[in-house]
Design a binder for this molecule. Structure first.
Ligand code: ADP
Ligand code: MG
Length: 262
């Protein structure tokens, strides 16, 4: 088996907290001894109720959050041991798509500036043709280059955010609730776009959602998180068909009837 793109071993994150007597001293354990791996070209779905630690875990994968203990290896390298240059390379290889595209894009920058900045930040030149091709790969035409975020819809903005993530040809994309802030009508389009990228470009995915129905359709494997721990993992369909853990069962039961597998 080839080296996984991401391997987390016994990773924990304790946040320092301001409130409460006990909490003040001990802090809050948001992620508690999690191990997971994502193979090359694999899409792993991370599902769990709100507050279970999904975003914290996802952000430790690319160094946005530093683990309190445990090791994170991306592309075979220990993230804690990276130099500044190594960290830059990591951010290149591991891109993120966030929940709210409007909040994640600079309102004062056109789409052209947003995309060009990604190249500039990594010391690379770019051309209009390259930016247009990038937009086309996410289903937007060249007109969007001149637009500001307020001149586009939520779904279009999330496509721009995906284009930004794709710009430097990452090996892994972490999508943290990428459709939760979008209208129901465009959710499927964005999810299909991400699935196409996984299939056509062989990009690995860590797809985070509180919605098991979404995760099941777009992931090869699912990990279920509850209170900072992974309580169940397995192939998506299996998890859905015969959930073992009570938390997974609750997530399955919360899925609308129409989305249940036949
Ligand atoms: P999820 O993405 O599953 O909703 P999060 O990782 O965002 O979960 O949060 C897990 C827990 O950690 C929550 O109880 C949240 O309040 C807490 N938390 C998240 N970020 C911070 C932070 N920066 N400081 C303190 N507590 C935090
Ligand atoms: Mg979250």
């Amino acid at each position: 088996m080839s080296e996984p793109i991401l391997e987390m071993t016994n990773v924990s994150k304790r946040y320092r907290t301001a409130g409460g007597f006990g909490r003040r001293r001990k802090g809050f354990l948001a992620v508690d001894g999690v191990s997971l791996r994502i193979g090359r070209g694999e899409a792993l779905g991370l599902v769990g109720e709100s507050g279970s630690g999904k975003s914290t875990l996802a952000r430790m994968a690319n160094g946005l959050v530093v683990p309190t203990s445990g090791t994170v290896r991306t592309d075979g390298q220990d993230v804690a041991c990276l130099s500044r240059r190594g960290l830059r390379r990591l951010r290149r290889n591991v891109a993120m798509v966030f929940q709210d595209p409007l909040a994640s894009l600079n309102p004062r920058q056109t789409v052209r500036q947003t995309l060009a900045n990604v190249f500039h930040a990594h010391g690379e030149a770019t051309s209009t043709a390259e930016l247009v091709a990038l937009l086309e790969s996410v289903g937007l035409d060249a007109d969007y280059l001149g637009r500001y975020p307020h001149e586009a819809s939520g779904g279009q903005l999330q496509r721009v955010a995906v284009a930004r993530a794709l710009a430097l040809k990452p090996d892994l994309i972490i999508a943290d609730e990428p459709t939760s802030a979008l209208d129901v009508s465009v959710r499927a389009q964005i999810l299909n776009l991400l699935a196409d990228l996984q299939r056509d470009q062989g990009i690995s995915f860590l797809h985070v959602s509180h919605d098991l129905a979404v995760i099941r359709l777009y992931s090869d494997r699912v990990a279920v998180m509850q209170r900072g721990r992974i309580v169940e993992t397995g192939p998506s369909d299996e998890i859905f068909r015969s959930p073992q853990h009570s938390c997974t069962r609750a997530l399955v039961e919360a899925t609308p009837e129409a989305e249940l597998p036949a």
